[in-house]
Design a protein around this ligand. Structure first.
Ligand code: FAD
Length: 446
């Protein structure tokens, strides 16, 4: 650990972003250490970003009610755990740069610590905070393998996933062991300061109420059930039961399933808010393999988690270029057909396989990987629409929206990403026949 800067600041604001948990708390533990070693306070905060309610260029709100409801469950759980440790979670509402700057000013220029997110808008926010004189330390923590343990510089990350994985394996770059959970926290700021921060937070209690929605009961991930609550405690319980029931040994055979909870891990919704850490999931598989033996299936599940790392690394390497209409390639920008896009969103393309997927997504906020690939391919390659419009609709709907994985997968399927094989089209008739031979999935949703 570096030496704590001698108190140039009275305390530390810990800004929770996509890390709503107390286990494997790399950045939060660092913030606690900085606060403790300087004898200062620690104020945990979260900002409800009002940009999420803004209209996208494609004609709908950026974040839909399901994701807001899912996130608010994680916040609820986090707040009650923080309160159990004598602290709290101060929630504000507005533009994060504005809200944080005001808190910093009112609280006597504390240091802000947060997790590092290397997507364009998130990077711009940090830049804007620093421009306003806010001292911010952003700590990378969301990948399995720490960047410094990788055998290549961020600018030299292999573009192809297989080369990325093989290089990591050959170099023995294992995921970091999860950090110890937080069991104690530094004190909150003194009462008058804390009260002032509360009154400035810009969020009335009614602004913080979750939207009253629940997913359709047919969902493969019915997060209306108590066992699938959005908080960290349910995330860890779900992970524990998944390995206890030996499901890593069945993953490879079932992963292309479409109906029911167990065909895949369903870790992604919790990974997205950070209620579950990827390193903790990896450690659970490793422990399972030690006790019950490794199999091709358990290995496959670990490889899937590495895809998540790869899309993070590609952001480190290519940054904003991943967001350009033409992606990383040189092909002309995509066409767009607004009417076809609307039909796709509403699950009214006339193709029952695609419509089933789109209706499941709209009614639940979750979709299997198989169907994500199919509906994305259909929008891009059959309907001739702009891949960014599809990515934006997924951002609106998905409770497991993750900026790196969503952008990366859409770009990949559009053929404009790092693996630019010309034709990424999935034949929907062949796919429906192969993965839904008896039509049960289509009849469930259409
Ligand atoms: P499992 O099959 O059990 O896999 C375990 C974990 O591995 C997942 O939780 C996820 O963290 C990781 N993983 C698996 N496949 C991928 C992949 N292709 N890319 C990156 N990570 C992967 N995943 C998201 O988490 N958020 C997104 O916003 C997202 N958008 C997507 C958009 C498109 C067009 C496509 C084709 C895929 C997208 N995915 C996204 C990847 C994948 O579909 C989901 O991670 C997966 O379906 C989640 O269910 P699961 O947790 O049961 O996955």
């Amino acid at each position: 650990m570096p030496h704590a800067h001698q108190t140039q600041w009275p305390g530390v604001i810990y800004w929770f972003r996509h890390d709503l948990r107390l286990h494997d708390p790399v950045a939060l533990a660092h913030a606690c250490w900085l606060a403790q070693s300087s004898g200062g306070w620690l104020l945990p905060v979260f900002v409800h970003d009002t940009r999420d309610q803004a209209m996208t260029r494609w004609g709908f709100d950026r974040v839909g009610p399901y994701r807001r409801a899912w996130q608010s469950m994680a916040l609820q759980d986090l707040q009650s755990q923080l309160q159990g440790l004598g602290s709290d979670l101060l929630q504000g509402r507005g533009h994060p740069v504005q809200v944080l700057s005001e808190w910093v000013q009112a609280l006597g220029q504390p240091l802000v610590v947060c997790e590092d997110i290397v997507a364009p808008e998130e990077l711009d926010d940090l830049w804007a905070l620093r421009e306003r004189g806010v001292k911010v330390e952003a700590i990378w923590q969301s990948s399995l393998v720490a960047p410094e343990s990788m055998p290549f510089k961020p600018s030299e990350v292999p573009d192809l996933f297989t080369a990325f994985r093989q290089k990591l394996e050959r170099h023995g770059s294992a995921p970091a062991t999860p950090a110890q959970s937080i069991t104690a926290l530094p004190p909150l700021p003194p009462e008058p300061l804390y009260e002032m921060a509360q009154t400035m937070a810009g969020a009335r209690p009614e602004d913080l109420l979750p939207p009253m929605v629940r997913p359709d009961r047919r969902s493969a991930f019915d997060w209306g059930l108590a066992s699938l609550h959005g908080g960290e405690q349910a995330a860890l319980a779900h992970l524990a039961q998944y390995v206890r029931r030996g499901l890593p040994h069945r993953y490879k055979a079932t992963r292309n399933g479409l109906l029911g909870l167990d065909y895949s891990s369903k870790w992604s919704p919790w990974l997205a808010t950070g209620a579950l850490s990827a390193r903790t999931a990896w450690a659970a598989i490793a422990e399972f393999e030690t006790a019950h033996g490794a199999s091709k299936s358990s290995d496959w599940l670990r490889v899937e988690l590495l895809w998540r790392d790869h899309f993070r690394c590609l952001h480190h390497k290519h940054g904003r270029r991943l967001y350009a209409a033409h992606g990383l390639g040189k092909a002309p920008p995509p066409q767009h057909d607004e009417k076809a896009f609307m039909g796709w969103r509403m699950g009214q393309t006339g193709h029952d396989w695609i419509d089933a997927g789109m209706r499941e997504l709209a009614a639940t906020g979750y979709l299997s990987n198989r169907m994500r690939q199919n509906v994305a391919s259909y929008l891009i390659h059959d309907l001739g629409c702009d891949w960014r419009a599809g990515a934006s609709w997924f951002e609106h709907c998905l409770i497991d929206f993750d900026v790196y994985s969503n952008q990366g997968n859409w770009l990949y399927l559009s053929g404009r990403g790092t693996d630019a094989r010309a034709n990424r089209r999935f034949n929907p008739d062949v796919q429906a026949e192969q993965y839904d031979p008896d039509g049960v999935y289509r009849r469930t949703w259409v």
